[in-house]
Design a protein around this ligand. Structure first.
Ligand code: ADP
Ligand code: ASP
Ligand code: MG
Length: 807
């Protein structure tokens, strides 16, 4: 049984260790790490001391306090405690002397460093040995032996095996062994098995003694599908084969130190990963034969410390021995290569190494190929640094077509570019290199697409919390549960912003009290802040939802689309801006395989744009559009009467929240023109706002100056309107503000329609649109219904969001 740093890090956990060990019914060997965090502290304090900085003393005192407090809290007063305290104090005072020494001479050799870190396990092991009943302490420095190769201390397996067998010829009920530490087989000086090495100590002992099982007790429920610190939805894997576990550990799944697997695998001893904080949990079992399960892959792991070195040149093609020389040169210099990718054209070989090895690797390779470089056959070798490597692992991948397709398709749709990739013919691992800044996103999208296929996640950033935005958030809140259970879709609102505040939370914002959270925890908001946060969060499957009327916010779309973020806009500004801009946005979306949707720009929730798209995509041609597209204006012309003068109707439209925040946008025809322009463009015509002919009903000079002045002036139009209205009434006609597109020409005008006209009966704030097409010629297609209002607009935005989820 191996207990890691967190298992012996706190009073509760160490008492749990005692209980777990004491309830074992057969003899156990217990291997312990240093108290959680102590190894880091020892290393840090020694570096501080070696730099001549006396503040190492504070670190040292922390180390002393942690251990002394632990002894006083977990060991009852008495002889045993006194004896333990003597031992602990002696070790701590040795440690103090060593620190003082390096502080004085300002030098820290690897040898001294190894001695210092060994105190962590030496201290923890004697504390646990005293705590656990009948435990016998063993000194692992006597039987875990290393030798030096390429400046590294490597386990001497044979010698260690023999010594372990000799040492444990007779087993006590509980043997207590410090993990990690070792000694050099020749000099006897203290060494260790590398960071995280206690797992390896335990494995080596288990293998030498043919243990029934190796239990690794840690602080998570087992081996998980991905690093739980990065992927909150990662879950415990019940069973893994040795090969799978090896592939995952080697690629950074920190839960097991990579060399741990081999010794026990060789002896077919199962490894169980268990949680000290949840001893009842089943944990993970790693063994030879496992149930493969139904998922294509078992786990994902990654290392973000990656440099890619590429040896390339036309002179390499067909030449035998280039790879031999690459790997020989690297090996001779002790550089470990963890990934290799070579194109079948043979003109480039890419090698993944750790960042710290990159400079030396380049130097060595430039030297090895200096002649070829001089002749121009091979390019000078350089390293691309700060990358990350991700591996997906699972034996089920063997002979299953489509896994690589799914993997790379998912990455591509999320704008993640793969720099290099490798899959061995064993087909249990596909590895690829991405920029380090895309690592989190890569892990998330892959985890989502391979493991969470029960439900899909769409991450939403909602800008604007006014009438439409507020209503949308409410609708999402009401639907979230149902979409999750019935549609397998999780709508995760990860950002909400209004003009003042912005709130971001990659875990998802609770929509019941978002207004309070926005006020209390939100950061000051601006379009730039929004942009930077959203791009910076680099979250997968994300959608920016614009429920503002802001030109600045609309100005963000291009960059967001470029970052593979879909855009759903209730805001009409972008789609009606200069044609070139509209086109660029559409093309960017296409290029990045994301969506730019704005159905609610025209007719609120009515399916107008989608209908036009469907007609065009199926080969129809739009010949003419006639429409009443302004809910506000229709409301005004329906409302106007002998009792309600023109100016009053504008106030009413605003109170009913039909009008734009500034009603002049509606009265000047601007809103209708924007809508007509959008429809024309979707119908395949290149139309600009300036091209639209206008016949307005409010004099132009009413639109200049401040809004207040407008409100003051507008009643002056009432008398004239009333006179015209009476005439119109006597003729049995009504006013409709009609937008028209014919032969590619756009116009808007106040039109008088008689009772036979299809627009005559259009009530309230409704919209109507007549589409005359090649197929719908004699009887145009008609779409009619609510053309304004927060809830129908929000519903239309929601529908756009849903159509992205359906891709
Ligand atoms: P110990 O001190 O017990 O050796 P470690 O910190 O070395 O613990 O390893 C356990 C940690 O490994 C977990 O707390 C978890 O954050 C991390 N980890 C990374 N990848 C995985 C994974 N795939 N499954 C489980 N844990 C993982
Ligand atoms: N204490 C050592 C470390 O932190 C060994 C271990 O925990 O396994 O690396
Ligand atoms: Mg560990």
């Amino acid at each position: 049984m191996k207990f890691g740093g967190t298992s012996v890090g706190s009073v509760t956990s160490i008492l749990s260790v005692k209980q777990i060990v004491e309830s074992a019914t057969e003899p156990v060997i217990v291997v312990v790490s240093a108290l959680g965090g102590i190894t880091d502290k020892l290393i840090h304090a020694s570096e501080v001391a070696a730099s001549g900085d006396a503040s190492y003393e504070k670190e040292y005192r922390d180390i002393v306090n942690r251990h002394i407090e632990m002894v006083y809290t977990v060991i009852p007063a008495g002889e045993a405690r006194a004896a333990l305290l003597d031992q602990v104090n002696e070790l701590l005072s040795e440690l103090k002397d060593i620190f003082q020494g390096i502080h004085l001479i300002k030098d820290l050799s690897p040898k001294t460093s190894a001695t210092i870190v060994s105190y962590g396990e030496r201290l923890s092991s004697i504390i646990v040995a005293t705590l656990i009943q009948d435990a016998v302490w063993y000194d692992s420095r006597q039987f875990i032996k290393t030798e030096k190769k390429h400046d590294k201390h490597i386990l001497d397996s044979e010698l260690t095996h023999r010594l372990v067998v000799e040492t444990f010829g007779e087993l006590p009920k509980v043997a207590l062994v410090p993990g990690f530490i070792a000694t050099d087989k020749h000099s006897g000086e203290v060494t260790n098995l590398g960071r995280g090495g206690s797992d390896y100590t335990a494995s080596v002992i288990a293998a030498a003694l043919n243990a029934d099982s190796l239990e690794i007790w840690t602080d998570v429920d087992g081996f998980m599908t991905a690093d739980p610190r990065v992927i909150s939805t990662a879950y415990t894997i019940n069973e893994l084969s040795y090969v799978e576990a090896m592939e995952l550990c080697n690629f950074g799944a920190k839960v097991v130190y990579p060399p741990t697997i081999y010794p026990v695998c060789h002896k077919n001893i199962p490894i169980r990963i268990r949680n000290t904080f949840n001893p009842e949990g089943a944990g993970t079992v790693i063994q030879q034969e496992v149930d493969c399960g139904s998922k294509a892959i078992k786990g994902i792991s990654s290392i973000n410390d990656t440099s890619l070195i590429t040896v390339t040149g036309l002179g390499m093609v067909g030449v035998i021995g280039v790879n031999y020389r690459i790997f020989q040169a690297l090996a001779q210099n002790g550089i470990s290569v963890f990934m290799v990718s070579q194109a079948s054209s043979e003109n480039s070989t890419s090698i993944g190494v750790r960042n710290q090895d990159a400079a030396l690797a380049c130097e060595v390779l430039n030297e090895e190929f200096s002649k070829e470089i001089q002749m121009g056959e091979i390019s000078p070798v350089s390293a691309e640094m700060n990358l990350a490597t991700v591996a997906i692992v699972g034996e089920n991948m063997k002979h299953t077509p489509g896994i690589a397709g799914k993997l790379f398709g998912t990455l591509g749709r999320n704008g993640i570019s793969v720099i290099a990739c490798a899959q061995g013919a064993s087909e249990t691992n596909i590895s690829f290199v991405v920029e380090a800044k895309s690592l989190r996103k890569s892990l998330n999208v892959i985890h989502d697409s391979f493991f969470l296929s029960e439900y899909q996640v769409l991450n939403l950033f909602i800008s604007g919390t006014g009438t439409v935005g507020g209503s949308l958030i409410e609708q999402i809140r009401n639907q979230q549960q149902k979409l999750m259970s019935e549609r397998g879709l999780k709508l995760n609102v990860v950002g909400i912003a209004n003009g003042h505040r912005a709130l971001f939370d990659r875990e998802g914002i609770d929509l019941t009290n978002y207004r309070e959270r926005l006020e209390e925890q939100g950061i000051p908001s601006s379009p730039q802040v929004l942009h930077d946060e959203i791009v910076g969060m680099n979250i997968f499957n994300s959608v920016f939802v614009d429920c503002t009327a802001s030109a600045e916010v609309a100005g963000l779309y291009k960059s967001l689309l470029d970052h593979s973020i879909s855009v759903v806009a209730a805001n009409k500004i972008a789609a009606s801006s200069a044609y070139a801009n509209y086109l660029e946005l559409k093309q960017t979306a296409l290029k990045r395989s994301v969506k730019f949707l704005f159905e609610t720009n025209v007719g609120a929730g009515l399916p107008i744009i989608n209908t036009i798209n469907d007609l065009i995509n199926s080969g129809d041609k739009i010949l003419k559009i006639e429409a009443v597209l302004s809910g506000t204006l229709n409301y005004i012309f329906n409302k106007i009467s002998a009792e309600v003068p023109f100016s009053q109707t504008i106030h009413l439209a605003q109170e009913e929240r039909y009008s734009e925040p500034d009603p002049r946008i509606d009265l000047s025809g601007k809103d209708v023109i924007r809508k007509l322009v959008i429809l024309a463009r979707e119908a395949g015509y290149c139309l600009e706002q300036e091209d639209v002919e206008k016949h307005l009903f409010v004099p132009n000079d009413f639109f200049d100056g401040p809004l207040d002045a407008f409100w003051q002036k507008v009643p002056s139009l009432d008398a004239d309107f009333e006179a015209r209205r009476q005439k119109l009434e006597s003729e049995g006609k009504r006013w409709r503000f009609v937008a028209k597109l014919e032969n590619g020409q756009g116009s808007v005008a106040l039109q008088e329609v008689d009772s036979k006209h299809p627009f005559y009966g259009l009530e309230g704030s409704n919209n109507i649109i007549l589409l005359t097409t090649e197929r719908y010629k004699e009887y145009p297609m008609m779409i009619q219904g609510y053309g304004a209002g927060a809830s129908v607009t929000a519903a239309g935005v929601f529908a756009d969001i849903m159509s992205i989820a359906n891709i």
